[in-house]
Design a protein around this ligand. Structure first.
Ligand SMILES: [Zn+2]
Length: 268
């Protein structure tokens, strides 16, 4: 009885020991597993945070591009659904408050805002500064042209140069940027268009090309942009955008169409 009791006591003691050791081992294993899990989760969280940071950074950088692409698609949709002509258009095409006129975006026939006074003011400043720098520029620019004036001009170019050639340097009536009152052709004192037929003309060194943006203008048509703008290079043709936007477009070094994400090229 006594020994039985004693055995059973021992057994209980051993059992308690086993349980205690098992519990200890279990606790140890579990807690290190917990630590491992926590570490792993922390690593995952850190990695996730890094991804979020990267994504946000990327998004910030890419936002402008995405917006541009969206606008581009919207504009294409608009162009495709409307396919306006000067006769059917009721307003000038605008994107982000910027008027764009090209062979895809006509001006309503009756649209006649005349010369933009703000643009003229800055044009005069540009000419004065150019003259101070020894550039041969006259105050007799060619600015606003009505639909009818442009019709006469285009027809006379077509008669003298042929329609195909005329299309590369003169707009059909209702497709001229001059009809917005925001475009100006500079002239030399001889009356000739600024640096026309000047083989030495270089956009990268020309005074007007380099300083126009400070006065709010861009050189709208460059030789290498013909597929986008629809016109050959025109060192004399300035478009007023205001200094802020003009500088951005100048820095971007791309056609206005590309900068704004607007469709360009040839007529529909
Ligand atoms: Zn022009």
């Amino acid at each position: 009885m006594n020994s039985k009791h004693s055995i059973s006591k021992k057994a209980i003691l051993i059992a308690v020991c086993i349980v205690a050791v098992a519990a200890g081992v279990t606790y140890f294993v579990t807690s290190s597993a917990k630590d491992a899990t926590i570490n792993e989760m922390n690593e995952k969280l850190n990695a996730l945070q890094q991804k979020i940071d990267d994504y946000e950074k990327g998004t910030e950088l890419g936002k402008e591009q995405v917006d541009k692409l969206k606008k581009h698609n919207e504009n294409i949709e608009n162009t495709e659904s409307e396919a306006l002509t000067p006769e059917t258009a009721t307003q000038v095409f605008e994107t982000d408050g910027v008027i764009v006129v090209n062979k895809k975006h006509p001006v309503p026939e009756s649209y006649a805002p005349y010369e933009n006074p703000e643009a003229v003011e800055h044009l005069k400043e540009l000419i004065a500064e150019a003259q101070n720098s020894g550039i041969d520029l006259d105050y007799s620019w060619s600015g606003f042209r009505s639909y009818d004036t442009q019709a006469g001009l285009f027809n006379s170019y077509a008669a003298s140069s042929g329609v195909e050639a005329a299309e590369t340097f003169s707009a059909r009536p209702g497709y001229s940027e001059h009809q917005t009152g925001l475009a100006f052709d500079l002239k030399a004192s001889s009356g000739a268009l600024y640096r026309i037929d000047d083989a030495s003309y270089d956009y990268n060194t020309d005074w007007v090309a380099q300083h126009a943006a400070d006065f709010g203008f861009i050189i709208r048509y460059r030789e290498e942009w013909q597929d986008t703008t629809g016109y050959i290079g025109e060192p004399w043709h300035l478009r007023y955008l205001g200094a802020d936007l003009a500088n951005k477009v100048y820095e971007a070094n791309e056609p206005l169409e590309t900068y704004l994400g607007v469709e360009g090229g040839n007529y529909n």
